[in-house]
Design a protein around this ligand. Structure first.
Ligand code: FES
Length: 139
């Protein structure tokens, strides 16, 4: 497991947020409330966290709850915002939906703690193969 991000030894344990992205086991740590908003998804969403730490989590619609490419499985949803109706509707279109499925751009960390999320296999394959092909124009 690797940990990236700013030094965390000066962060009080009750303010520490630790997020592990599986299956890579990449863990990031930061002080709750100090993460700059990267304008991808809701502030403090898992997509926002991933963008802050250069962890690739696809987000074809830019975090607007209009696709399902940021689909994640969240191990324990304690401390995570409740899904709103538009997220629930969108998740119905996601491949491989599970009880712990959330959209990475909509699921927000609401308090310090440890969080573990998994990027579904199909999404990892997608990311390892790069961006989707686009049809050649005018041919
Ligand atoms: S990035 Fe499109 S729904 Fe999350």
């Amino acid at each position: 497991m690797s940990t990236t991000g700013p030094k965390t030894e000066n962060i009080a344990p009750d303010k520490l947020v630790r997020v592990t992205f599986e299956p890579e086991g990449k863990t990031v740590e930061f002080e709750y409330g100090t993460l700059p908003y990267e304008h991808h998804g809701k502030p403090m969403s898992f997509l926002d966290v991933a963008e802050n730490f250069d962890i690739f989590l696809d987000h074809a619609c830019g975090g607007a709850c209009a696709c399902t490419t940021c689909h994640l499985w969240i191990k324990d949803q304690t401390g995570i915002s409740e899904a709103e109706d538009d997220e629930i509707d969108r998740l119905d279109m996601a491949a491989d939906q599970q009880l712990n499925s959330r959209l990475g751009c909509q699921a927000v960390i609401t308090k310090p703690g440890n969080y573990v999320v998994e990027i579904p296999k199909w999404n990892r394959n997608y990311t390892s193969e790069g961006k989707p092909l686009t049809l050649a124009e005018g041919k």
